[in-house]
Design a protein around this ligand. Sequence first.
Ligand SMILES: Nc1ncnc2c1ncn2[C@@H]1O[C@H](COP(=O)(O)OP(=O)(O)O)[C@@H](O)[C@H]1O
Ligand SMILES: [Mg+2]
Length: 228
Amino acid sequence: MNFAHEAVHQLFTGMSGKGKSTLVRSLVARDNARWKFAFETYKKEFPRFMNWPLCVDEPTLLRAVQAGQPSAFYSAPLFPGNRVEGFSFWIRWVYEVGKVLPGRKLVIIEEIEKTTTHRNSPVAPAFLEMLDEGRAAQFDVIMIAQRLSTVNEQIRSTLTEICTFQHIDPDQLDWLDRENFDRRAVTELERGEYIWRDREAGTQRTNARRHPQLHSAGKTNRSAAVKG
Ligand SMILES: Nc1ncnc2c1ncn2[C@@H]1O[C@H](COP(=O)(O)OP(=O)(O)O)[C@@H](O)[C@H]1O
Ligand SMILES: [Mg+2]
């Protein structure tokens, strides 16, 4: 075990079509983690765009690991109409297998808000353990959600970074506001643009052209964010 590793729990949010998955794929491609596991949607983007093997059950997952490959799991064939159960099965497998694999593991979860039935309903126990013990077992987690408001509370509380693309829905902006994002700047983001906050350090950065004051803004408190 490597206790020097600090677990990273990143959430990428934003409206549909704004560039979340595209950015995540480029980050994942550049990440030097020894092992990579993705929880897919019907879009199967890791297989399509990155040529990762598409896994639908335990044998296909195992085959990818034995070949030293990353894997993309799509749960619908084994758990039709039950994404919550499909996630529960997959995350338990990834946690149990990942714990005994040497090296850092990168776990990518699309539509994290759909892996629990409600914001306050129980989270898969293996996922909670992964989030709690990620540091010891070297699990980093990247999550994607269209709506921050429906991300489970127990999951949200462990986030170390939040990166938002454009949102215009007031309810979503309320949630981002609580996380010290500048409401107006979030509504004015264009496709491919984001504001990325480190929750622990309280720092943020952006690639948005319209809001140069947010570039490397450093520590911002709530009033500074509102003024900006
Ligand atoms: N930085 C960018 N600049 C221009 N187009 C982008 C950028 N990022 C993504 N796109 C395009 O926008 C569309 C939606 O991107 P995607 O990453 O699938 O969005 P999301 O996952 O937020 O729904 C895709 O066609 C993608 O090629
Ligand atoms: Mg997407």
